[in-house]
Design a protein around this ligand. Structure first.
Ligand SMILES: [Zn+2]
Length: 155
């Protein structure tokens, strides 16, 4: 058995590559604080990209006291943690640690173990949560040096 296997990483599919008929923009927008919550009809929220909604939540709404209350259902909480983190790829372990730290002093006893969070992540398609393909260690390190493009001008 290979015990050194990397943990699975998950991310919100902001490009909607699975062709869901739901709108991730709307899903995120309605979780904003009262100041940023979209007014009027939902079309204005859908017209804004998920990334833009995520940035706004990161800057403001995620810092509100009621963004992640201790009685938030686990699936909802995992989604909110991912949005608050700017939709960087997450592991079940990281999300579990985040929630455990947030709710350390909570009076609600919850099972926030990695195993529970992993199950939520693996079944989070209706929240646009999808597993990322295994990273290729080599290709991640390759970065084009900005100076390279200029070399031609020097002749
Ligand atoms: Zn806000």
């Amino acid at each position: 058995m290979d015990e050194t296997k990397d943990p699975k990483r998950y991310q919100l599919d902001t490009q909607n590559t699975r062709g869901s008929s739901a709108s991730l923009s709307l899903l995120i927008a309605v979780r904003k604080c009262y100041k940023h919550r979209p007014e009027g009809n939902e079309h204005s929220a859908i017209a804004v990209s998920p990334e833009k909604h995520i940035r706004e939540i990161q800057r403001c709404c995620a810092k509100a006291d009621d963004y992640l209350l201790p009685d938030t259902p686990i699936k909802e909480a995992v989604f909110r943690v991912m949005v608050a983190g700017g939709n960087k790829p997450v592991t079940a372990e990281a999300v579990s640690a985040d929630l455990s730290a947030r709710w350390e002093v909570s009076t609600y006893p919850r099972d926030l173990s990695t195993r529970v969070v992993e199950r939520v992540l693996a079944n989070g398609q209706n929240y646009f949560i999808h597993e990322l393909p295994e990273p290729e260690p080599e290709s991640q390190l390759v970065r084009r040096a900005p100076a390279e493009a200029k070399a031609d001008d020097e002749a």
